[in-house]
Design a protein around this ligand. Structure first.
Ligand code: AMP
Length: 251
């Protein structure tokens, strides 16, 4: 993970501190990434973190890590079962996990929230929490792509079982022996990237998450980004859009 924040505090909760602690920055970014499953948010989050030196706070990664715990609590077990079916985890549990990790929201290095909020209730709860912590969001980057391209992307997606790096069989391949380029662990398909779970996830997205664009547009925080093309092209577009948004706000 050289060059990437360790995310220890995010994965292991409030009792843990990242080592090293990210140093204060002249300019720390605090962003939310929105977009349907398979649009490439995880890949963009990783690339953006590399550029902005912020920490990738993914709730999906958090639940996938919790799924590997030897003795999960009943609430975590229910969450992981919902995730494997492609359904949303309850708002209460998601927000409890975020509150437990509020240190990550106050981190000097900044953050990219990926996968949360996913419902209006989460968006409202997160807004109140950030206000309480006196943390200002810079922007909400919303990635957009036609449905047929999304289906193609999800079918080819593979994820490292250890460091969670994201690959695609067509455009961003793991090593030839199916291992992770970054850490060497095995790379595989997520349970919820299989066809039936994808259908349920798309439905959950359309019903619960799509309205969030309007929520953030009303607050002048939404930055829409067409998510077609290579990861590097989308990254360049994201950075440009972010800069344009910042200069509009500064005027
Ligand atoms: P992701 O990696 O963001 O696609 O998340 C994978 C799965 O984790 C989702 O399909 C949900 O089951 C669960 N999940 C992650 N974040 C949330 C959230 N904010 N609210 C509800 N469920 C979530």
């Amino acid at each position: 993970m050289s060059g990437h924040p360790t995310r220890e505090g995010w994965f292991r909760g409030s009792a843990y501190t990242c080592d090293p602690v990210p140093p204060p920055r002249d300019r720390a970014f605090r962003l939310i990434l929105l977009g349907p499953p398979g649009v490439g948010k995880g890949t963009q989050a990783e690339l953006l973190c590399g550029q902005l030196r912020a920490c990738h706070l993914s709730t999906g990664d958090l639940f996938r890590a919790a799924a590997c715990e030897s003795e999960p609590s009943p609430a975590i077990r229910a969450a992981v079962e919902a995730m494997h079916r492609g359904e949303l985890v309850s708002d209460e549990l998601v927000m409890a996990m975020i509150c437990e990790r509020q240190k990550c929201l106050r981190c000097h290095g900044g953050f990219l929230l990926d996968g949360v909020p996913r419902t209006l209730s989460q968006a409202e709860a997160l807004e109140s929490l950030l206000q309480e912590l006196d943390v200002a969001l810079d922007a909400v980057l919303s990635y957009e792509l036609p449905l047929d391209e999304i289906v193609e992307r999800i079918g080819g997606r593979r994820v490292c079982t250890s460091c969670k790096a994201v690959y695609h069989l067509a455009s961003r391949r793991p090593n030839a022996d199916g291992t992770c380029v970054r850490c060497g662990a095995a790379v595989g398909q997520r349970d919820d990237d299989r066809a039936e779970a994808v259908r349920i996830r798309m439905q959950a997205y359309n019903e619960a998450t799509r309205p969030l664009s309007e929520f953030y547009a009303r607050r002048n925080q939404l930055v829409s980004i067409p998510a077609g093309g290579s990861p590097a092209e989308i990254l360049a577009r994201s950075l440009q859009a972010l800069e344009a948004h910042q200069s509009i706000l500064e005027r």
